[in-house]
Ligand binder design. Structure first.
Ligand code: AMP
Ligand code: MG
Length: 315
């Protein structure tokens, strides 16, 4: 499995792999993706196999522009407005499947909706343009593990399972895309992510928040699927570390082992989140304590990932 710097030649080779049904890991502005031809059942099956996903969750379909998605999904007025305002960028729209859609049903786990997005990373855009196929891509990590924000992270988990890893450096946003469901009358936030809820509501008005991720509702731990999980236990809203704990700080806290953002900048914290989680996930410690993160803007996505990291693990 070669890790190749994302030169035009390497991007061309990666595009050929995708067009031939093989898997390529590539950088996006959010996290690294594990890409395969979204129209190919066998390529999509290979994605699930490589990740070791126990179930067929629906995957996000990536395109180099909204035009390339016209015959994959059905855009309504809200979808067009959001696409114009936020694409390319970290926003995924769940839209009705187009009657002539050639996207594999395995990609959408048999649903009659498809999640679509146009990433803004220049390497991702160049790759998608050159490949000439829609690309299904979940995060390029083994199932249940922390999402990769560098080519080295991808290699740790998927080294021998992809035809190529395109190295485009560190992902600038660092948390996954925001997922917004537009299949019903009320737009519904399915996953907080790199595009803030506030900016989406400014564009299209009130957005419902899907049950399990509502910020202020009391939740039973069982509601939370463990995901993005480090090997060590995670303790949230910690004001200081206890004996033997690593401490992931935020803002001007004392005693941080690593600090997501000493100045309290949520964008910087999002970009650092997964890489710092990996560095603290070390057998020198018995747990990872995490300082409180404000729950607005990108903080909503950071807190969602942290709650999942702290959720009880499947046995
Ligand atoms: P990931 O595989 O980590 O990129 O995450 C993809 C996210 O998009 C998951 O939260 C999926 O549940 C969600 N998703 C993808 N397709 C659909 C769909 N058709 N309907 C609802 N959610 C979807
Ligand atoms: Mg993932």
């Amino acid at each position: 499995m070669p890790i190749l710097t994302a030169t035009p030649a390497a991007i061309g080779d990666a595009a050929q792999h995708l067009a031939a049904g093989r898997l390529v890991a590539f950088p996006t502005e959010t996290v690294y993706g594990l890409g395969g031809d979204a129209g190919s059942d066998s390529a999509v099956a290979a994605i699930f196999a490589a990740k070791g996903r126990p179930t067929f969750n629906p995957l996000i379909v990536h395109a180099p522009g909204a035009l390339a998605l016209e015959e994959a999904v059905v855009f309504d007025g809200r979808a067009r407005r959001l696409a114009e305002l936020f694409w390319p960028g970290p926003l995924t729209l769940v839209l009705p499947r187009h009657p002539r859609s050639r996207v594999s049903l395995l990609t959408s786990a048999g649903l009659d909706s498809i999640a679509v997005r146009v990433p803004s990373h220049p390497v991702a855009l160049a790759l998608l343009r050159a490949a000439g196929v829609l690309v299904a891509a979940p995060s390029a990590n083994r199932s249940g593990r922390v999402s990769p924000t560098s080519a080295a992270h991808v290699a740790e988990g998927l080294a021998d399972r992809v035809a190529m890893i395109l190295d485009g450096g560190t992902c600038p946003v660092g948390v996954e895309s925001t997922v917004l469901d537009l299949t019903g009358d009320r737009p519904t936030l399915l996953r907080p992510g790199g595009t803030t809820l506030e900016s989406l509501e400014e564009a299209i008005g009130a957005i419902d928040i899907a049950g399990p991720i509502a910020p202020d509702t009391p939740r039973s731990p069982g509601q939370l699927s463990s995901h993005y999980a480090p090997a060590l236990p995670v303790r949230l809203n910690a004001s200081r570390p206890e004996e033997g704990e690593a401490f992931m700080g935020f803002g001007p806290v004392d005693g941080a082992t690593l600090n997501l953002s000493p100045t309290g900048d949520l964008s910087e914290a999002a970009a650092n989140l997964f890489a710092m989680m990996r560095r603290l996930d070390d057998s020198r410690y018995r747990a990872i304590a995490v300082a409180p993160i404000p729950n607005h803007g990108l903080g909503r996505a950071i807190n969602d990932r942290l709650r999942r990291a702290a959720a009880p693990r499947p046995s």
